[in-house]
Design a protein around this ligand. Structure first.
Ligand code: XBP
Ligand code: MG
Length: 246
């Protein structure tokens, strides 16, 4: 059996601006005078994972080491508030699925493929997004959901994809990953996966040279086309000779 493994943030939905607003709101509620405008957030996205991203930001601040240490200790509390705010925003329907996603999920199921999730984001965020966009039974559509801190090394390390492959008990050659970012692509390809990339504003312009396919969105991809692209074409020697392919 084959599997289609989806990243969440940027791939299933363009979530990052809502993440960004929730980070900013959590900073304000925590009495911190931090604000992440879009260009800064785009740069900070090079660090996968919200807690790690806050840590990277604290590391950039020109402050005393004792102050830095105190701020670092506050990361779990700040991030928990950000997660609460994000879950509420998603449940209110603020984040729709990207174009083509719902149809591709449906076609993959019809074709008898497993559906799976490999994400850096917190599990509660994934649950909230899937249920708000695909309905109450959304979680049951996926044969494996791996996210957040279940692995010690987040993307671009291959761990999260390797975990999904182990859970499904399938080889990388029998799966396809769908990603939106350089970190995600590196993670999936390091796990040996054939990867489709659909960038967003937050990830466009990255080096996607290792991707099997780069598309502006998934509206351009059908399951039939994906299966065709994945299947190594048998060469008809006579036809190849006439077409000068030898
Ligand atoms: C997504 C992320 C996430 C979100 C924030 O990466 O990096 O960290 O921005 O989520 P990917 P949390 O799409 O490559 O998995 O705050 O829950 O960590
Ligand atoms: Mg992503």
């Amino acid at each position: 059996m084959n599997a289609l493994i989806f990243d969440v943030d940027g791939t299933l939905a363009d979530t990052e601006d809502v993440h960004r607003s929730c980070f900013n709101a959590a900073f304000m509620q925590g009495g911190l005078e931090w604000h992440w405008p879009r260009p800064l957030y785009r740069d900070l996205l090079k660090v996968a994972g919200g807690k790690e991203r806050i840590g990277a930001y604290i590391d950039r601040l020109h402050i005393r080491e004792s102050h830095r240490k105190a701020l670092r200790e506050r990361i779990p509390e700040i991030h928990a508030e950000k997660t609460r705010l994000y879950g509420r925003a998603v449940a209110e329907g603020k984040v729709p699925l990207r174009e083509g996603v719902a149809r591709l999920l449906e076609q993959a199921q019809e074709a008898g493929w497993h559906l799976a999730i490999a994400s850096t984001t917190t599990a509660a965020n994934v649950d909230a997004l899937l249920q708000a966009t695909l309905g109450a039974h959304a979680l049951a559509m996926f044969s494996a959901i791996a996210c957040g801190d279940v692995v010690s090394e987040k993307k671009p390390a291959p761990d999260i994809y390797q975990l999904v492959l182990r859970t499904l008990d399938i080889a990388p050659e029998d799966a396809v990953a769908v990603e939106d970012s350089v970190n995600g692509l590196r993670s999936a390809t390091a796990a040996g996966l054939w990867t489709v990339v659909t960038p967003t504003y937050w990830s466009e312009g990255g080096d996607f040279s290792e991707a099997a396919l780069v598309l502006p969105n998934l509206a351009e991809l059908t399951m039939a086309r994906l299966i065709e692209l994945r299947t190594p074409r048998s060469v008809d020697p006579l036809r190849a000779l006439y077409q000068g392919a030898w």
